[in-house]
Write a protein that binds this ligand. Structure first.
Ligand SMILES: Nc1nc2c(ncn2[C@@H]2O[C@H](COP(=O)(O)OP(=O)(O)O)[C@@H](O)[C@H]2O)c(=O)[nH]1
Ligand SMILES: [Mg+2]
Ligand SMILES: [Zn+2]
Length: 361
């Protein structure tokens, strides 16, 4: 198989090829990051995986590779560059200096170059509509596509009612239901991971993410085998993120459960999650209406008419509040967003190329 074919199977496409050309990278040196560990990175090209290190410069530039990144590796197996990300799932890191409930101080990129993010939520004690809305907001802020997967349907007698409640908040997003007693839901989820497509999952620890990955892989393949072969030793744990190939050709990046979803970027995720509120918010009497007590509030009027659910409005206001705190903080220069950083790097590389007037190696 040609080098390009080996990359294509991992999701390489014209977009990345154009980027590589623009930046003067040699396609033969490009691989995809499939695992991130304290001691280094596992990269992949076709079926081959191996360990590499990252150049110190990348860390200094705060451009540390994550699972899903396309990177340039030199002959000494050192990552020298990260291709600009097409997109990334990131959140505010739970930094030490952060006050409980306060805005994040740093960005944590969880996975890069994705086609969709699966929100995995159990129909057991894990079930929480407000948390689903929160995940949706996070995903939309990253300008990514969301898919909802409800697990443990076999454990829930009220499953149909609960699924309906989710459909009501999903805003047209696909909702799939999986349980240990049937394969239909798993099959539906598989439909989001076609050849060369990459998805990742977010959800609480214990929601059933790893179980779902194992089922997607099929009986004979275990998640444990998928990475340990490449790594040579150590069994798979989901305390780290790994890109796993599906027999069908798609890829999934396993994610550890996240306890906390602090926001980072704001790309209108709240409004996208609550379209029924966004639609009328502009019709309030006051332009800066907080939708809490003002006269002539179109949103509260919507609640009174039963067109907007009170619980949704509460969550909307809560997240809007967090977002404006975050904006204040970021204005003070707490940190640049992933996008700006990525852009900054590409610009610098471009300038360097102009100066050198040639291809880099
Ligand atoms: N009954 C039932 N149990 C499930 C289902 N999905 C996951 N589990 C169980 O839930 C527990 C946590 O699952 P796991 O996949 O490790 O969750 P993760 O932390 O999200 O990766 C395990 O004991 C699984 O066997 C399901 O659909 N039905
Ligand atoms: Mg897991
Ligand atoms: Zn209002």
């Amino acid at each position: 198989m040609s080098d390009i074919e080996l990359l294509k199977r991992l999701g390489w496409n014209k977009h990345f090829a154009d980027e590589a050309e623009r930046l003067g990278f040699d396609v033969d040196d490009i691989v995809r990051v499939s695992g991130v560990r304290r001691k280094g990175f596992v990269v992949r090209r076709g079926d081959e995986s191996w360990w590499v290190k990252a150049a110190g410069r990348l860390k200094r530039e705060r451009l540390y590779p994550v699972a899903g990144d396309w990177v340039v590796v030199n002959k000494k197996n050192v990552i020298t560059d990260v291709l600009p990300r097409r997109n990334a799932l990131s959140r505010g890191a739970a930094g030490v200096s952060r006050k409980e409930g306060g805005p994040a101080v740093e960005e944590q990129v969880m996975a890069a170059n994705l086609d969709a993010v699966l929100i995995v939520c159990g129909l057991d004690g894990d079930f929480n509509l407000r948390r689903i809305e929160r995940y949706q907001t996070l995903i939309y802020n990253c300008e990514l596509k969301a898919v909802i997967v409800l697990t443990k349907a076999d454990l829930q007698a009220k499953r149909d009612e609960m699924v309906k409640e989710v459909m009501d908040v999903a805003g047209g997003v696909d909702v799939h239901v999986v349980g240990m007693d049937d394969e239909a839901g798993v099959e539906e989820v598989r439909g989001h991971m076609r050849d060369g497509e990459t998805v990742t999952m977010i959800g609480s620890s214990g929601a059933g993410k790893s179980t779902l990955i194992n089922r997607l892989l099929g009986e004979e393949l275990q998640v444990t085998g998928a990475v340990s072969d490449a790594v040579g030793k150590g069994k798979h744990t989901t305390t780290k993120r790994d890109l796993i190939m599906m027999p069908s050709g798609g890829m999934v990046i396993d994610n550890p459960g996240i306890r906390e979803v602090a926001f980072w970027g704001d790309e209108g995720g709240v409004d996208a999650t609550f379209p029924e509120i966004d639609e009328v918010a502009g019709m309030c009497k006051f332009g800066d209406c907080s939708h809490t007590h003002e006269p002539g509030c179109a949103v509260r009027a919507g609640v009174e008419r039963g067109e907007i659910k009170e619980e949704r409005l509460e969550n909307y206001l809560k997240m809007r509040g967090e977002m404006s705190q975050l904006a204040d903080r970021q204005e003070k220069g707490a940190g640049r967003s992933e996008k700006e950083r990525s852009k900054g790097l590409s610009m610098r590389i471009k300038e360097m190329h102009k100066r050198k007037g040639g291809k880099r190696h």
